[in-house]
Design a binder for this molecule. Structure first.
Ligand SMILES: *[C@@H]1O[C@H](CO)[C@@H](O)[C@H](O)[C@H]1NC(C)=O
Ligand SMILES: *[C@@H]1O[C@H](CO)[C@@H](O)[C@H](O)[C@H]1NC(C)=O
Ligand SMILES: *[C@@H]1O[C@H](CO)[C@@H](O)[C@H](O)[C@H]1NC(C)=O
Length: 291
């Protein structure tokens, strides 16, 4: 009889230990799988940001080249006429590369901060889950008086630790939600250069308000009919030489949007972290009351 009880006790203890080691493996597996997903999501987000930066950089290069070409058409159009002063325009064309600044890349400290903060929330949840597994496991430290009960309660409440909503995947969702937004910011920035070029082109058209004089008039200006056009051209060619190019508007459009994303991901990850911690605490409470 005594032997039988010991045997039952041993079987129960074995059952409990089995439930608990399974719990440990299940939770670790879930954590590992989710961590792989969150890392993939971070890599995707990073690639999206890098691709956006690449497309914006290409748009900027095309913009500067098109703008230079645009100025050059005005230079070429009037270069053979000694009566037209093109020195300022020529200066502008030369200085064009230094007049404008390339856009600030989206890939900066703030995107790094997103990744760091997301990883930190993942780490927090992982620690909380491991601690919860430990708590359940330690509740049957030998000699385990209520092994059968522990096994039942572990089987009942343990799986909650690796089932939605207690999952790191919710943090991954915070990251993937922003993929399309970063890529939108990239295309919005790139398209702003198209707009800038259009408005530059329109601005340069002010030159066309001067009746373009015939070549012989330009070559032999006479006070009678040549001069007003030449004065007009000289005036407007000077003016377009000082055309303001507000290429910084691209950056000022982008900053508020990227900060908004940074803020959203960080808040989302933090809220998920706190919510999961809260739910884990409730599972542990239920587990304790079950014992
Ligand atoms: C989880 O990942 C850790 C660290 O990479 C590894 O040591 C462990 O064996 C993995 N566990 C499972 C159950 O996959
Ligand atoms: C993101 O991409 C940049 C540029 O390639 C790289 O320097 C950085 O290490 C990447 N970050 C992560 C978290 O992979
Ligand atoms: C300017 O002069 C050059 C050389 O004489 C000539 O090849 C070119 O066609 C002229 N350009 C214009 C716009 O008249």
């Amino acid at each position: 009889m005594k032997f039988f009880l010991v045997l039952v006790g041993a079987v129960c203890l074995a059952g409990s230990i089995h439930a608990q080691s399974t719990l440990g493996t299940t939770v670790t597996n879930a954590i590992n799988t989710s961590k792989a997903s969150v890392n993939t999501a971070i890599q995707q987000l990073n690639s999206t940001i890098n691709a956006a930066d690449q497309s914006v950089a290409t748009a900027y290069t095309q913009f500067t080249q098109s703008l230079a070409a645009l100025y050059q058409t005005y230079y070429t159009r009037f270069q053979n006429y000694t009566t037209i002063d093109l020195s300022t325009l020529s200066q502008t064309i030369q200085n064009l590369p230094t007049m404008m600044s390339p856009p600030q890349p989206i890939q900066d400290w703030s995107t790094n901060q997103i990744f760091t903060d997301v990883q930190s929330s993942v780490q927090q949840v992982e620690t909380t889950l491991n601690a919860a597994v430990q708590t359940m496991t330690n509740s049957c430290a030998p000699p385990c008086a209520n092994a059968a009960k522990v096994a039942t309660c572990t089987t009942k409440w343990g799986p909650k630790l690796s089932t939605a909503p207690i999952t790191i995947d919710r943090i991954t969702d915070c990251v993937t939600a922003e993929l399309v937004r970063f890529s939108d910011i990239g295309s919005n920035m790139a398209s702003m250069y198209t707009n800038l070029l259009t408005s530059a082109s329109n601005y340069l058209k002010v030159v066309d308000v001067c009746d373009t004089p015939a070549a012989d008039v330009l070559n032999n200006p006479s006070p009678m009919y040549g001069s007003p056009s030449i004065q007009c051209l000289n005036t407007y060619l000077q003016r377009i030489s000082y055309m303001p190019v507000n290429s910084y508007v691209v950056d000022s459009m982008r900053y508020p949007q990227t900060y908004l994303i940074q803020f959203r991901v960080q808040r989302c990850a933090k809220l998920v972290e706190l919510d999961v911690k809260d739910r884990v605490a409730k599972v542990l409470e239920s587990f304790q009351s079950c014992l």
